[in-house]
Each structure stands twice: as C-alpha cells, then as structure tokens.
Write a protein that binds this ligand. Structure first.
Ligand SMILES: C[S@@+](CC[C@H](N)C(=O)[O-])C[C@H]1O[C@@H](n2cnc3c(N)ncnc32)[C@H](O)[C@@H]1O
Length: 230
C-alpha cells in the first residue's frame, strides 16, 4: 500500500477476489435482533426534527442487501462502494438502485470531498458490515471515521458497524482469506466519538457467520447509532 492513506489497486484486487467469491446466501446473522435498525434510525431523525425527503448514503454498501429497505421508508438512497462489480450486482438484482450507485473510497479524503461537492450531505450515513475495519492500520480507521462524519449534515444519524478489539481477546488481528482487518479498541472508538463531536444514542452486538467451501468464520462486532452533538 502506498502511504497516501487510501487503498491501493493491489488491495482492491484482493478485496474484489474476496467479495466476488462470497455467496451472500451463506452469510447468516447469529444475533437475535430485538433491535430494528430502521425504527431506531427513524426515531432518532424524528427526535432531531428532521422532516421531508431524507437523503441516505450507504458506504461500503456492496450489493445493497441492507440499504435496499431504505426505499420503503421513503429515503433518497445513494449506494456506494469501492468495488464497481458489487454495485453492478446491486442494480442487476434490485432495479431501485438503477442510477443510484456510486464509487466511493471511504479511506480516501479526496474521494469523500469530491463526493460531497457533487452530491451534498446526508441525513443518514450507513457504514455496515465492518467496512471501517477493512484496513491495516488504526490511523486509517480514524481517517475513515472522520470521512463518515464529514458526510453527515448537522441533524444526521450515523450507523456504524465495527469489529471491536475487546471482542477478540487473544487475537490481535482478524484476517479473512488474506484480507487484514484492523480491530478498534473500545477506548479508541470512544475517543473518535468525542473528538469528532458525536453522541452515542444506541448500540447492540452483532455476530455474523460466513461460510465458504473450505472454511467458516464468525465476526463479532458492535453496531453504533450516533448523532452530532451540536
Ligand atoms: C463485509 S462487506 C459489507 C457490505 C454491506 N455493507 C453489508 O453489510 O452487507 C464490506 C464492504 O466494504 C467495501 N469496502 C472495502 N473497502 C472499502 C473502501 N475503502 N471504501 C468503500 N468501501 C469499501 C467492500 O467492497 C464490501 O462491499
């Protein structure tokens, strides 16, 4: 990787290989979801007095399996990812995403600034499925976090999934195939919230199980619901 703070072509290739070999039907959530993400988001937006058409961005949204539901709640949806092939699958599978997919590298400040110049700020920023951990250094997780905050307008809700170090005691790194994921200590996460002016409104645990022909692994993380402090 170069030292420009974002992802190299070589890493993009590895990501692409990994996600293209994954059968989404085989990803299962082990969490007992007594928490409905959409009702929590709508509740927070209402608390903030956010009315009218609401703009939602899904960062690292892949094939759109989670943000697809947002259309039902009347959001104007922007599905973004670093891999164009996943966005193409999204539009092929779900016609709602036609004309609503964009390339965006959340670790690259310029990519995010250009995106904001072209499309503005958002009322809901989703970054689900541990995208923020998809890097090899803690500094870059902070860059990604700050970039997510930049995408938020001042009454926005950020929903962020993260692999938290304390949930992997004894394992300093999480590696899927040959993709390294940086685990974020909970104290670091709390520092990000404070430094970038966010208030934690809800959280719940997440457990995902991935099956591939030759192996099987589990992810353990936390889903955070955040709003701006001002
Ligand atoms: C575990 S998948 C999650 C997909 C989706 N959000 C979900 O939860 O089903 C992680 C996604 O992050 C994307 N990704 C990895 N690095 C990224 C980056 N630098 N910027 C944006 N997306 C990235 C991958 O291409 C992949 O679609």
């Amino acid at each position: 990787m170069g030292d420009s703070g974002y992802i190299s072509d070589h890493e993009k290739e590895r990501l692409s290989k990994f996600y293209n070999s994954m059968d989404e039907e085989l990803i299962t959530s082990e969490s007992d979801f007594t928490f409905d993400m959409w009702s929590l988001i709508l509740g927070l937006l209402n608390e903030n007095g956010k009315e009218g058409k609401r703009r939602l961005i899904d960062v690292g949204g892949g094939t759109g399996r989670l943000s697809r539901a947002a259309f039902r709640y009347g959001f104007e949806v922007y599905l973004t990812d670093i891999l164009p092939e996943l966005l193409n699958i999204a539009t092929a599978k779900y016609s709602e995403f036609e004309g609503r997919t964009y390339l965006l590298d959340i670790f690259d400040p310029k990519s995010v600034d250009d995106f904001i110049d072209a499309h503005g700020y958002f009322d809901v920023v989703l970054c689900l499925g541990f995208v923020i951990n998809h890097t090899d250094s803690l500094e870059r997780t902070e860059t990604a976090f700050f970039n997510l905050v930049k995408l938020m307008n001042d009454k926005a809700v950020l929903v962020l999934d993260a692999l938290i170090r304390e949930l992997y005691m004894g394992y300093p790194l999480v590696i899927w195939d040959r993709l390294t994921n940086t685990l974020i200590p909970i104290s670091t996460m709390l520092k990000y919230f404070k430094k970038y002016g966010l208030i934690l409104k809800h959280l719940h645990s997440l457990e995902y199980s991935y099956s591939k022909p030759n192996y099987h692994y589990m992810d353990r993380g936390i889903r955070f619901f955040l709003v701006k402090a001002w």
